[in-house]
Each structure stands twice: as structure tokens, then as C-alpha cells.
Design a protein around this ligand. Structure first.
Ligand code: FRU
Length: 460
């Protein structure tokens, strides 16, 4: 495929060479390379018959497709409306273990989801356990959806967090998370339910994650049918593994935009704990919407740039973009001290990084930046409203906050992948936008507004 003629395909964000991708299922440094696993349909650009795709990289920016890691070819995972669903990987004694959900549909229409294991000596070829499924059914009969095992090691024990729904994801059920424990990765015992809700947080908790930060534990998941639609949300708190009791002290969203789902954390030796997400969401499924026609380029779906995780002084989860993305940018252009009431066409391209430095202290300070007709970023004092338009109609609105005093708005445009952030810690919004032509990036300043500096860099 000749990538140079592709209008939508980003360069810094991972995309499949061809076919459909959704959730990240593993990012691990193993035997001298980064290995990335993901939900994949190699046959066409729509979701079905889920495989685990596999790509390798030495720098986390250029990826080489390495074939299929898991095929949906067993009685417990082989089904066109199912397959090898999401999960996680873990290294133990020089071997890589993949945990995933086998999902099938019985002739009567009942969906059966069970937890399975496979292993690999080289990261490329996986063997499924003859004892699969290692967890054949949920801990109680009222649970229907039961998937996406996240396995972690804590001291000499292994724990698995599984997403679930009591009552059914599509039938007004209640989101649940289940915790299991194991000493050997194959035999698992149910411990309990660290997060159970009355349904107001969503009907099903997909792709759970569990990781330590400082003396706290973080649990994140992507709820289905949450009132704010599909977002990756998190809770910071205290975890007692012996009873599965989780006591949250803080909660939030990993990203305030519409296109950030199924986030997972991975420990990378050089970078620490990073998080990546499927930079789409379920309204992407053709039966929900179908806009954003990357299909004409033979692919659909992309993953976010890794963010290094931490906790802020107020206890919120923070994520700083790995500086890797800065490398391909050059040709800096810089404008200083923009006067009030200016209208400016900054550039016409869809491959740039732009940073706007301003002072939010001035009363009535207002700045508007627009990206063609697709995105409008309106800063009013410290509040920034980002609105996405699809075919002229308002499609999503996010509210971000600027730091008090000296602050900055950042826009990273990697063709169809646009990210806006106002604080490198907690204030990100991710978007997929499909330009028919290069974006016009325009700026207008209000009456009392001082823009100290406008910096723009282009991809070389
Ligand atoms: C989340 C999800 C997971 C499931 C996978 C199937 O995007 O629905 O719950 O395992 O996608 O592809």
C-alpha cells in the first residue's frame, strides 16, 4: 500500500497496515523489541472475527507488522461475531503469557465468554493452553458479559481483573469488575468484586486496568452506556487484594474528548508506566455511524501516543505524552506578542504541532482557534471549550481548563488524529477528524487578550 498518497493515515499514531483494529491488548519490551498486540480483523475494515494482531518496533514510532498472534480457531473462541477478545500480556521467566477472552455465540444466540491463556517463547508464535478456558464462566449466573482479563503480579501472587455486566450490557445491566487470584497463572480463584454499581456508571465495564502509583492503586475501565457515552474513566484508591475491597478517593476521565477508549497501562523499561488507548470509541462501529472513511485507504482505527502515568498533587491521574512524538517535527515558526483583536491565518496543513502561550490573568481574555470547519477551540479566561463538527453539525463538546496565569494551548495534528491539551497532566481531548483538504488553522484574539507567543512546527 502506498502510504504517501494517504490523506488520513497518521504518522505518529499506530494504524494497521490493512483491516480493522480496536483495543490495545499488550505493549511489552521483550527480547530486544517492543511488541504491540491489538484487537484485529485482517480481512476487512469492519469489526468481526477478532484476532490478536502483532507489530514490533524499536522506537515506538515506526512499527512493522509481525503477523497474527492469536487466531479465533478453537471451539471456545472461533466465531465470526466473537473471537479472541481483549486481554493482556505478562512476562514470566522469559516467556510471554497472553490472557484473553474467548467469545462465541451458540446456535440459540447465547453469547459465551470465558477467560483463556496462551504462551510464547519469542513473542511471535503463541500456543493456546490445552486447559482452556481457564475460567469457563462468571462467578454468578446473573452475569452475562464477562471479558477483558487484565493480569498483574503483586509480590508472589497474580491477580486478574475481569470486566462484567450483571443483567447484560445491552439490557440495562449493571457494570461489575471481578478479581481473581492465582499462584501459577493457570489455576484461578475468585476473590470478589472491587467495583459494583447500581448501573448509573454504565451497563458493562470493558477493558479494566489495575496498576499501582505511589502508595495508591488505580482502577480504570471503559463503561458501556454511561450517560456521557463511552469514555475511559478511572478511580484512584486503596486496594485490599485479600478481600478485593477497593476504596476510591478520587475519580476522573483519562481524556475529555470522544475518541479515547479501552486504555491500558504497560511498564516500559525506559519510560516507566505508560498508557495507550484505542483512539476511537464504539460509535465508530458502522452500525452506529460509519463516518470517517479511512476505508478507502484500506484501514480503520488507530492507537494513542503513549502517555507516562503519574499522580498530581491533588491526587488525580496524570499522563504526559512521551516526547517521542516531537522528533519528526522541524521548521519552527514563531510569532511573539500578538495584539488584541487580530484575525490570523496561521497555516494550511494537517501535519503540525502548535503551541499558543497566553496569560489567563487578564480580565475578559478570549482567544479562538479553528481547524477548518471541523474543530473550534474557544478560550475564555481559564476555560477552554473544544467543539467538534461533523458535516457542519456540532458533534461533541469538551471543557478543558487552562493553568492560572501563564498558560498554553497545544494542538497536535497528525493528519486525521488531532489532540488538544491545555495542561500536560490531566487536560487532554482526542479527536478523529477527516479533512478533505489541508486544514486552515486560524486564530482570532479578543479585546483584552495578550498572546505572548505562538509557536508552530511542521512534520518534516
Ligand atoms: C472493547 C471491546 C472489548 C472486547 C473487544 C472486542 O472495545 O468491546 O470489551 O473484548 O472490544 O473486540
Amino acid at each position: 500500500m502506498r502510504r504517501e498518497h494517504q490523506t488520513y493515515r497518521p504518522e505518529l499514531h499506530f494504524t494497521p497496515e490493512k483491516g480493522w483494529i480496536n483495543d490495545p491488548n499488550g505493549l511489552v519490551y521483550f527480547k530486544g523489541r517492543y511488541h504491540l498486540y491489538y484487537q484485529y480483523n485482517p480481512h476487512h475494515c469492519n469489526w468481526d472475527s477478532m484476532h490478536w494482531g502483532h507489530s514490533v518496533s524499536t522506537d515506538l514510532v515506526s512499527w512493522e507488522y509481525a503477523g497474527i498472534a492469536l487466531y479465533p480457531d478453537m471451539p471456545y473462541d472461533g466465531h465470526p461475531e466473537g473471537g479472541c477478545f481483549s486481554g493482556s500480556v505478562l512476562e514470566k521467566d522469559g516467556r510471554l503469557y497472553a490472557f484473553y477472552t474467548g467469545s462465541i455465540k451458540k446456535p440459540d444466540g447465547t453469547v459465551v465468554q470465558s477467560q483463556c491463556i496462551a504462551w510464547s517463547e519469542d513473542g511471535y508464535h503463541f500456543e493456546k493452553s490445552p486447559h482452556n478456558p481457564i475460567i469457563p464462566c462468571p462467578p454468578m449466573d446473573s452475569v452475562t458479559d464477562f471479558r477483558d482479563p487484565k493480569v498483574i503480579r503483586v509480590a508472589d501472587n497474580y491477580y486478574m481483573l475481569v470486566g462484567a455486566s450483571e443483567g447484560g450490557a445491552d439490557h440495562g445491566g449493571k457494570g461489575r469488575l471481578f478479581l481473581y487470584g492465582s499462584r501459577d497463572l493457570e489455576n484461578w480463584e475468585y476473590i470478589g468484586c472491587p467495583i459494583a454499581t447500581d448501573g448509573s456508571l454504565g451497563t458493562m465495564f470493558e477493558c479494566p486496568d489495575l496498576f499501582p502509583l505511589g502508595d495508591k492503586w488505580v482502577i480504570s475501565f471503559s463503561p458501556m452506556y454511561h450517560e456521557k457515552m463511552h469514555q475511559a474513566i478511572y478511580f484512584v484508591g486503596d486496594m485490599d487484594f485479600s478481600s478485593a475491597r477497593f476504596t476510591p478517593v478520587y475519580s476522573g476521565q483519562l481524556d475529555l474528548g470522544p475518541d479515547y477508549y479501552a486504555a491500558q497501562s504497560y511498564h516500559l523499561p525506559e519510560h516507566g508506566l505508560v498508557s495507550i488507548a484505542w483512539r476511537n470509541a464504539w460509535q465508530w462501529m458502522p452500525w452506529f455511524c460509519g463516518w470517517g472513511d479511512t476505508v478507502q485507504e484500506g484501514w480503520r482505527g488507530n492507537l494513542s501516543i503513549p502517555r507516562v502515568l503519574g499522580l498530581t498533587s491533588t491526587g488525580a491521574l496524570s499522563g504526559k505524552l512521551l516526547p517521542l512524538w516531537e522528533k519528526p517535527f522541524n521548521q519552527e515558526q514563531c510569532l511573539l506578542n500578538l495584539r488584541p483583536e487580530q484575525e490570523l491565518l496561521i497555516t494550511e496543513t494537517n501535519r503540525f504541532y502548535c503551541k499558543l502561550e497566553l496569560n489567563t490573568g487578564a480580565a475578559g481574555s478570549r482567544v479562538q482557534v479553528t481547524l477548518g470547519a471541523a474543530l473550534s477551540i474557544d478560550a475564555n479566561g481559564r476555560e477552554v471549550t473544544v467543539t467538534r463538527f461533523v458535516e457542519g453539525v456540532k458533534n461533541h463538546q469538551a471543557s478543558l481548563m487552562l493553568s492560572p496565569g501563564k498558560a498554553a494551548i497545544h494542538i497536535l495534528c497528525d493528519r486525521s488524529c488531532v489532540t488538544v491539551w491545555t495542561q500536560e497532566e490531566t487536560q487532554y481531548a482526542s479527536y478523529n477528524i477527516f479533512p478533505q483538504e489541508p486544514f486552515s488553522l486560524k486564530l482570532s484574539t479578543g479585546k483584552n487578550t495578550t498572546v505572548d507567543k505562538l509557536q508552530i512546527m511542521y512534520m518534516g
